[in-house]
Design a protein around this ligand. Structure first.
Ligand SMILES: [Cu+2]
Length: 229
């Protein structure tokens, strides 16, 4: 039912995230319908009528208090169910990072994404690094590790099709990973209001086939033919 509202899912763990959204949607949706139905039923059933006095219910008797205690317990159980499902998804995705050959550093700044590749030597901060702005190139069907940083204020690295959204906090290095299952060009957005140019923080994730990615690497990375690769 939510399918056509969600962006396309091309993330290996997207289904786990979506299932939490579904769970919340159905619990809240059914609760909403039951709640509204009860309101309208009581509105009509107990409407003002001539000669009928309103009852004063103080909730002191257990049979009266049960009307509060039981729904509260139900809501609590449903809440814990959502918490549990969410924790499982969180654990599966954030708990352990898969080993990854592709490591990219993405730094948010007002108002750009700085994409930094370690280059052939695999080490960041050396001369052969490749720095790009706003365009992130990764291979398909491979776990990609991103090292997220911020230069100024809090940004949030958001790739809807990957179901990946992670804050970038100044002074901190936060890792996140994803594995895309389809090639294509998809939007990267900043999901944290970070200043007057927040809306311009638009980047693109280019997911390439293995061959295309290898071609892109040899075209863009300096010295890719050297021994160190
Ligand atoms: Cu931002």
């Amino acid at each position: 039912m939510l399918d056509h509202w969600f962006p396309k899912n091309i993330s290996t763990y997207g289904g786990e995230i979506d299932s939490v959204f579904y769970l919340i949607f159905y619990i809240v949706g059914i609760g909403f319908l039951l709640g509204e139905a009860a309101i309208f039923y009581f509105l009509i059933r107990y409407r003002r009528r001539d000669g009928k006095k309103a009852a004063f219910v103080n909730g002191e008797r257990w049979s009266q208090a049960a009307w509060i205690i039981i729904p509260t317990a139900i809501v609590l159980v449903l809440d814990l169910w959502i918490d549990f499902a969410g924790a499982q998804a969180y654990d599966a995705i954030k708990g352990e990072m898969p080993v990854s050959e592709t490591i990219v550093q993405v730094t948010g700044k007002q108002f750009n994404w700085i994409i930094n590749y370690p280059g052939p030597d695999g080490i960041f901060g050396t001369e052969d690094d490749l720095t790009k702005e706003n365009d992130l190139y990764v291979p398909v069907n491979k776990a990609v590790k991103t090292i997220l940083k911020s230069e100024d204020v809090i940004h949030s690295f958001f790739v809807p099709v990957l179901r990946l959204k992670q804050d970038m906090v100044p002074g901190r290095t936060i890792e996140a990973w994803f594995e895309a299952t389809e090639t294509g060009k998809y939007e990267i957005a900043c999901a944290e209001l970070c200043g007057y140019g927040h809306y311009t923080m638009r980047g693109f994730l280019h997911i390439l086939s293995e061959e295309d990615y290898a071609a892109w690497v040899s075209e863009n990375w300096p010295d890719t033919n050297s021994e160190s690769n």
